[in-house]
Design a protein. Structure first.
Length: 277
């Protein structure tokens, strides 16, 4: 039996506490050293003054930041209507690829072809091909809007990735649960709806959160086909002020949004790992 210490802790617990404290101190010291080195050494480089003036001009940032925030609302709107469409289409593609009936084999082929095509083509090429190609058919307004077809390009591309994540979640559910549900008289549709999907969706929430973070950033790719969102607005200000600071402002806005979301996704993943132990 371990000997109890006066504080009510065993020797093992005291040793582990000391090791955690030691690791924390080492991490803090190394972080301080790296930051101090950057703060001291970077300003000593020959071109720092030019870089500081071109990328970190406080006056330019103060003038452009409010307008960049206004432009970011366009990103948020595109994200808001694209994300639900991606989730629905991705789930449908995953279900099509998991179809068991021989009569639904064409759906499985379609699902596989869909994911192969849209995962294989870079996002920016899909945005160009759809964003310029479909309006080139001479469609009347509002059907020639770059907002519509740019959003469609994002939906198609991200649905392919989301579908594979959903399919991995479906495959992660143990086959015995499907067999047990079928033995109780449930149909294949009921098994998928009531037994498999609730567990599959829960298993892939952290991964899907990461896809949402990536989507929020890739909305800026639509700037290449017309919409004036934050990246395009930063480019306008860059030309107006002959300064790259607006791009830094846009990066700050993205970080304000994505860092909390990233930390939340990491929290969900860590909680999921603890529950599996």
């Amino acid at each position: 039996m371990p000997v109890l210490e006066a504080a009510g802790m065993t020797r093992r617990e005291r040793y582990e506490q000391k090791q955690r404290l030691k690791s924390l101190l080492i991490a803090a010291a190394s972080t301080v050293c790296v930051i101090a080195a950057l703060v001291i050494l970077v300003p000593m480089t020959p071109g720092w003054e030019k870089v500081q003036k071109s990328f970190f001009d406080g006056t330019v940032l103060a003038k452009t930041f409010p307008k960049l925030l206004d432009a970011f609302t366009v990103n948020v709107m595109i994200f808001a209507w694209s994300a639900p469409a991606i989730a629905i289409l991705g789930l449908l593609i995953a279900l099509a690829r998991d179809a068991k009936s021989p009569a639904l084999f064409p759906l499985r082929i379609f699902g596989a072809a869909f994911t192969d095509v849209f995962r294989g083509v870079p996002v920016i090429l899909t945005v160009y091909l759809i964003g310029f190609g479909i309006p080139g058919l001479g469609l009347p307004r509002p059907w020639n809007s770059p907002f519509i077809w740019g959003s469609l390009a994002l939906v198609l591309t991200y649905s392919a990735y989301v579908a594979e994540i959903f399919r991995a979640g479906i495959d992660s559910v143990h086959p015995s649960q499907r067999s047990a549900a079928l033995s109780l008289g449930l149909s294949e549709r009921q098994v998928m709806r009531d037994v498999i999907l609730p567990q599959a969706v829960r298993n892939v929430v952290p991964s899907q959160m990461n896809m949402l973070i990536a989507l929020q950033k890739d909305v800026s790719l639509l700037s290449f086909i017309g919409p004036v969102e934050i990246f395009r607005q930063a480019g306008v200000f860059k030309s107006l002020f002959a300064n790259f600071t607006p791009y830094v402002g846009a990066a700050i806005i993205f970080l304000i949004v994505t860092i909390p979301a990233t930390r939340y996704a990491d929290y969900l993943m860590a909680r999921q790992m603890r529950e599996r132990r």
